[in-house]
Ligand binder design. Structure first.
Ligand SMILES: C[C@](O)(CO)[C@H](O)COP(=O)(O)OP(=O)(O)OC[C@H]1O[C@@H](n2ccc(N)nc2=O)[C@H](O)[C@@H]1O
Ligand SMILES: Nc1ncnc2c1ncn2[C@@H]1O[C@H](COP(=O)(O)OP(=O)(O)OP(=O)(O)O)[C@@H](O)[C@H]1O
Length: 256
C-alpha cells in the first residue's frame, strides 16, 4: 500500500489582524518541516466501522481524520467513499507530537482528504479540498496546498505561496499540553493589539530568514505572551534564540 507523508509546519511569524466571531484573523508565514512527518496508508481492517489504527490519545470521533471523513462525505455524497472505508482502515504512524503547535492533526486530516481524492478519482481541486478541510480546522488548508512556504491569512483559509528556499529547523516540544482556544482567549482578553495594513504588507514581503534575523520570539508570534501567561511552566523550557510555533508548545530555530 502506498504510504503518504503528512508533514509538520512551524509558524515563522504569527500576527493577529482582527477578530471574526470566536476566531481571530491572522497573518502568518507557515513553513513545512521536512524532517518531521506522520505516515498514513490504507490497510486491512481489524474491526467493523470506521477504523483508525495508530497511537492516539483521543476517541475516533474526535480524531481529525474522522472529522475529515465526515466533511468529505457531506461534500461529495460518494458511495465509493463509504465502500472504501468499509473495506480499509486508515493506519497512521504518528511522529508529530500532539498539543505542539506543529499542526499534526491538521496535516493528517489534509493528507487523508488528498488520499481519498486520489484513490477514488473524486477530481476535487485544491481549492475545493481546502474548503472541505477548513471545516475540520483552520490549519488544514495550508496542508492541502502543500507549499514549502506560504503566507496564510483570514482565519487560515487564504493560502498564498511564498517563494523561498525551505529552511532546515531544529524543533523541540516541551511536555506542556497547550489548548489553542485557551491561548487565543487569553490573547483577546489581555493582549489584543491587531497590526495594521502597512505592517501586514511589510511582513508578507519579508523572507523567513529576514524575519528570524530581525524579530524576537515575542515580536514574531502574538500568541507567545498569552501562552506564557496561561502556562507559566513554559518559561522553564524557553531557550534564548528559539521561536514559538502557533499556540505552542513547540520552539524552533534554524538548524546549525
Ligand atoms: C495556532 C494555529 O495553529 C496557527 O497556525 C492556528 O491558528 C490554529 O489552528 P487549529 O488548531 O487548526 O484551529 P481550529 O481547530 O480551527 O480552532 C481551535 C480554536 O482556536 C481558536 N482559533 C483558531 C484559529 C484562529 N484563526 N483563531 C482562533 O481564535 C478558536 O477558539 C477555535 O475554536
Ligand atoms: N490526527 C490526530 N493526530 C493527533 N492528535 C489528534 C488527531 N486528531 C485529534 N487529535 C487530538 O487533538 C489534540 C491535539 O491535536 P494536534 O496534534 O492537532 O495538536 P495541536 O498542537 O493542537 O495542533 P495545532 O498546531 O493545529 O495547534 C489532542 O487532543 C489529540 O488527542
Amino acid at each position: 500500500m502506498k504510504i503518504y507523508r503528512a508533514y509538520a509546519k512551524v509558524n515563522v511569524f504569527l500576527k493577529i489582524t482582527g477578530k471574526r466571531d470566536n476566531y481571530h484573523e491572522i497573518i502568518s508565514r507557515f513553513m513545512r518541516v521536512d524532517s518531521l512527518y506522520d505516515e498514513l496508508c490504507f490497510s486491512p481492517k481489524t474491526k467493523d466501522g470506521f477504523e483508525i489504527i495508530g497511537e492516539f490519545s483521543c476517541e475516533t470521533q474526535q480524531n481529525t481524520i474522522y472529522k475529515a471523513y465526515v466533511a468529505l462525505r457531506e461534500a461529495v455524497e460518494s458511495e465509493s467513499l463509504d465502500k472504501l472505508m468499509d473495506s480499509y482502515a486508515i493506519e497512521v504512524k504518528k511522529s508529530i507530537p500532539a498539543f505542539a503547535g506543529l499542526g499534526g492533526g491538521s496535516s493528517d486530516a489534509a493528507t487523508y482528504l488528498k488520499m481519498c481524492n486520489e484513490v477514488l478519482h473524486l477530481g476535487l481541486s485544491k481549492n475545493e479540498l481546502a474548503q472541505i478541510g477548513l471545516k475540520v480546522g483552520a490549519d488544514v488548508p495550508f496542508f492541502i496546498y502543500g507549499y514549502d512556504s506560504a503566507n496564510v491569512s483570514g482565519i487560515g483559509e487564504i493560502v498564498e505561496e511564498f517563494k523561498e528556499d525551505i529552511l532546515d529547523f531544529e524543533v523541540y516540544t516541551p511536555k506542556v499540553e497547550i489548548s489553542t482556544p485557551k491561548v487565543y482567549i487569553s490573547y483577546r482578553e489581555n493582549f489584543y493589539s491587531p497590526i495594521d495594513g502597512f505592517e501586514i504588507q511589510e511582513l508578507k514581503n519579508k523572507t523567513s530568514l529576514e524575519v528570524l534575523e530581525s524579530m524576537s520570539a515575542d515580536e514574531a508570534n502574538d500568541l507567545f505572551k498569552p501562552a506564557l501567561q496561561e502556562y507559566s511552566e513554559l518559561k522553564n523550557h524557553y531557550k534564548h534564540g528559539y521561536y514559538f510555533s502557533g499556540s505552542g508548545s513547540s520552539f524552533f530555530r534554524l538548524a546549525i
